[in-house]
Ligand binder design. Structure first.
Ligand code: ATP
Length: 351
């Protein structure tokens, strides 16, 4: 049985904004699910409805098989980590972290052990005697996380909890969160607009836009088989190349999975869009698809070369040491295994 179930969850604000549109989601025990989407797509509202901080306009929230839709946050046994850490200013770091255990009447000695353990894991041991105002923003955010992680609730809800951290620290915190979750198997719903963070953390990613869930799938599937044009653009850095099929028909081989993208007479349909990730495009001197290099960007482990062609700009992934001159004319070929077709009008991927 799924541990957390959202059934046709809907939220319309008094001004008429429909922030969340009939969201269905079932989260398994021990699963790490990430709600991913641009600002304003309804991620936080969905999370707050799970927590009981916001009342749904319609739909249900089930926790462990029980309908908790009308229950208060306190009756849901939820650990919530906010983007803004809201530490108690008059308490020390140690007292802040211990607070949820104190509320749960955990004996003092047990509290001390739990606080020391989580502080050690989050590199906070040297700060335990300080007050929040004496800490940097990043340290305060780690204290906020420690306070949430010190207790093992039925479910962890996290709203952009790494927002105040810089690149390297963010990466190591992602690994830490993943470790914590794998160790304790507490089902987790995590909100972010950062697709790389989502890919790194999630067992399954839920991609949202304008209140709708567009796709729910493991990260590798969201990346390789995006359900819509929006997902294809939003996930991946850079996103998928999306090419006008009216023109690209002569150059792009059909996906071996189907002959979609063609109408009955065998002509390419102008109503479809061809998508291909940069790693499925290669330089091919004999190819009929020609273009001019406009950008050669070094990304450490690889380079992304942008080529202006008659069917649009195509980004190609190349080896880190395969430099190419800007202005050079090149031929391009697509690996059919990486080609995906989308319906232009609905944005949906063709089967
Ligand atoms: P962000 O990452 O920027 O927080 P989000 O995806 O979490 O974005 P929400 O905060 O859930 O998005 O907001 C969804 C929509 O609901 C937006 O249009 C937002 O302006 C609106 N909204 C959010 N909270 C309220 C509120 N309390 N009253 C009215 N409208 C709201």
């Amino acid at each position: 049985m799924s541990f957390l179930v959202l059934e046709r969850l809907d939220k319309t604000w008094p001004d008429g904004t429909r922030a969340v549109r009939s969201v269905d989601l079932a989260i398994e025990p021990g699963e790490f699910v990430v709600l991913l989407g641009p600002s304003g797509c309804g991620k936080t509202t969905t999370l707050r409805m799970i927590a009981g901080l916001e009342e749904p306009t319609s739909g249900r929230v089930l926790l462990g098989g029980q309908d908790v839709t009308r229950r208060s946050p306190a009756e849901r046994d939820i650990g919530f980590v906010f983007q803004f850490y809201a530490l108690y200013p008059h308490m020390t770091v140690a007292e802040n972290i211990a607070f949820p255990l104190e509320c749960a009447r955990v004996p003092r000695a047990e509290r001390a052990v739990a606080v020391a353990r989580v502080a050690d894991r989050l590199d906070l041991a040297r700060l335990l005697g300080k007050k929040p105002r004496e800490l940097s923003g990043g340290d305060q955010q780690r204290v906020g996380l420690a306070r949430a992680l010190v207790r093992k609730p039925s479910v962890w809800l996290m709203d952009e909890p790494l927002g105040a951290l810089d690149g390297a620290e963010r990466l190591s915190m992602c690994e830490f969160l993943r470790e914590q979750q794998q160790e304790h198997r507490v089902p987790t719903v995590y909100v972010t607009h950062d697709q790389e963070e989502a890919m790194r953390l999630a067992d399954r990613v839920v991609v949202m836009n304008e209140g709708d869930v567009l796709q729910t799938a493991p990260p590798a599937e969201v990346y390789s088989d995006p359900a819509t044009l929006f997902v294809a653009r939003f996930v991946g850095s850079p996103g998928m190349n999306l090419l006008d099929d009216t023109e690209s028909g002569d150059f792009v081989p059909d996906s071996p999975r189907s002959a979609t993208g063609r109408d009955e007479s065998g002509k390419k349909s102008p109503d479809s869009v061809c998508g291909v990730r940069p790693e499925f495009v290669r330089f091919e001197p004999s190819s009929a698809l020609r273009g001019r290099v406009v950008v050669d960007a070094f990304h450490g482990a690889c380079r992304y070369v942008h080529v202006e062609t008659p069917i649009g700009r195509v980004v190609v992934r190349r080896g880190a040491h395969e430099r190419v001159e800007v202005g050079a004319e090149v031929g391009l070929a697509f690996d059919p295994r990486g080609v995906r077709w989308f319906d232009r009008a609905s944005g949906r991927r063709l089967a």
